[in-house]
Design a binder for this molecule. Sequence first.
Ligand code: C2E
Ligand code: MG
Ligand code: MG
Length: 741
Amino acid sequence: MCVWNRCDGPSSAMTDAARLHWRAIVAPALLVLVLLGGLVGAVLHASATGSDEAALQRQTALVAVAVRQGLARVRKDQEASTNWDDAVVRLRQEPLDLDWIDQNLGIWFHDFYKIDEAYVIDGRNRAVYAMRSGRRVDAAAFREIANHALPLAAELRGRIARGEEQPEGSTELTLGAYDILVIRNRPVLVSIKPIVSETGAIAQAPATERLHVSLRYVDGSFLSEIASNYGIEGADFQWVSHGPASLPLRNRAGAVIGHVNWQAFRPGAEVARRMVPVLLLVLALIGSGFVFLLTRILRSRLELEASRAQAQHLAFHDALTGLPNRARFEDRLDLALAGVRRGNHVAVALLDLDRFKHVNDTLGHLAGDALIREFGRRLGGLVRGSDTVCRLGGDEFALLLPDVAVAADVEALCERILEAVRKPFRVLGSNAHVGVSIGIVFAPEAGTDRNELLRKADIALYRAKDEGRDRYRLFRPEMDATVRLRSSVEEDLRRALDEGGELAVHYQPQFSASGNAMVGVEALVRWHHPTRGLISPEQFIPIAETTGLITRLGEWVVRQACIASRRWPDLVMAVNLSPMQFRAADFYDRLMAIVDETGADSGRLQLEVTEGVLLDDDELVRTTLMRLRAAGFTVALDDFGTGYSSLSYLRKFEVDKIKIDRSFIHALGQTVDSAAIVTAVLALARAMKLSVTAEGVETQEQLRFLQSAGCNELQGFLFAPALTADNLDAMLSGRPFVAAA
Ligand code: C2E
Ligand code: MG
Ligand code: MG
């Protein structure tokens, strides 16, 4: 149910904003960023890997060239001193000039060309000179490498003996033998060159040349040199490969000796490493821009949504109470009626505050508004969560109970509502007292059409009001029949008043206490309907009152009574007046006009009013009554005992007579109370010096009781019913007549 401050108001649209913000913006933005980041990362990685691979290939090729050229360089450098006339001559000297050899074939090679070891062997492969690490050593040191060097020397001497020549295009001038060998567990380039005459001027027997043996360790300065020359970082010799940045070092036979490993230059990875922070920054900027834009879009969307919700709320809620209005009520009723098909029982109650106008008139509209709000609050506190309380407008409310188990539950709820409303309403510092009338209808019992149900609830509500307000009534089909009758009767009554002929006034005699003397008559209207027959005034007078026809009808009866009163100059003519007639501001003037016009004597006219008249506007009624009595009319309080029968009314509004309602007379002899009440009323009237008429006297017992109790006048079927003027004449003159009821 939508009660008071629990209504689905426009604010609820904003409470979800944070969740919506996360769901609609931050999460997708993060996702997009992650995807974008992933994509860029993948592209970056692929291109970095690609360029790193290309770079590695280039580096591998470069290292291969560098090693090859490094090795060739060693052989080429060797020729600087071996292809030389002086060297041939000097090595033939006996004894050898070792200092000279140091400076030209030994230490010099170490100092100038970084050769690690150099040996000179004679034509019979005997070592004549040895140098290691830049120092001359005993030539016998050659023995340590002899088994490596001698096969190469033999091969070289063989080639020389065969007269082989350097291939065309070779940069080397002399034949040589070389290989990469493992000596003392180190890789070493061993290169052997013959020491020959550069000019050819010195003859030598082939294959007997002295040979120069050069050893250059590959894992020493050799690699660091070529690395620095070719810009290869971290070049190092290792027996095993350390990864992709590695080149196998093979001997002449193609067998792998070991590997040159180096630190691969990875331009791609480097670029990627530098790019990542920049990319992250760019992504963060894009992300925040994205979030900023979407936030603005979302905010304007939420604002739009909120104003739409506000408009929606206003369209379906009452501004004063915040309760659903008629439109929302009808929607919910339609929804509930759909549930009827599933077997639900739906109850609709229409509520109307009693005496609310009085609160508005006496305490002001602000107080009226506060009362309406408080009433809505009290209603909201009494119903279940699934029920709907709504304000239809003014002081009208409605309840929708979409799932009722038994009708008794609804009746119990109505009792609770009546109870809650009976408690005073504290508004603007004053206590206001109101009541509530409730009309209830059930679906599907009374139908399943929304308008039809509301019409029937309205009928039940009017029945509750008719029966005295401050109560609830459940709709019954006969109420509908009454209403239908009402509308057709209204139409016919209007026609009867226009055309005449169907309406008549009958006169019921009123007798003195002795029962012997007729002292007056009461004019009672009769309607002979062409199809419905005789319709009781108790049926059509209320219809005339609610439709406003009572003014015309009442005036017509008063006119007939005035005319008739001249016919019976000794009788008092009593005429009934409805509260509706009395309330008209010009009532007094119009009544006087009829009296004048018909030449009636106001002194013999008695006006019968009910307590309903006295309940209304005090001052107007009081002054009108005073003026009427001053003009000679007498006033009788009709149906005494059925309404409030308040002593204060009798004191406040001066009347001449009380008519005890016929229900009390009827009950005489049947209930003990009734005799006591009648006796008390008579005593009261005597004390107030009022005359008393008993209505509805039907039996001799009633007559005797009333006579002994001191009743002044009597009226009832025991004497006569209401008679036509002619029959009354006949009765007065003692002629026989047939009384029509
Ligand atoms: P009321 O003014 O109390 O009139 C008396 C009613 O009691 C009359 O009913 C009358 O026929 C009935 N009555 C009289 N003696 C007896 C009796 O011994 N036993 C029983 N059971 N009933 C008796 P009626 O004529 O049907 O009128 C009903 C009511 O309609 C009247 O009650 C009066 O309130 C109203 N009414 C009748 N004519 C007019 C009229 O011209 N103007 C207005 N405003 N109201 C009228
Ligand atoms: Mg009367
Ligand atoms: Mg009466």
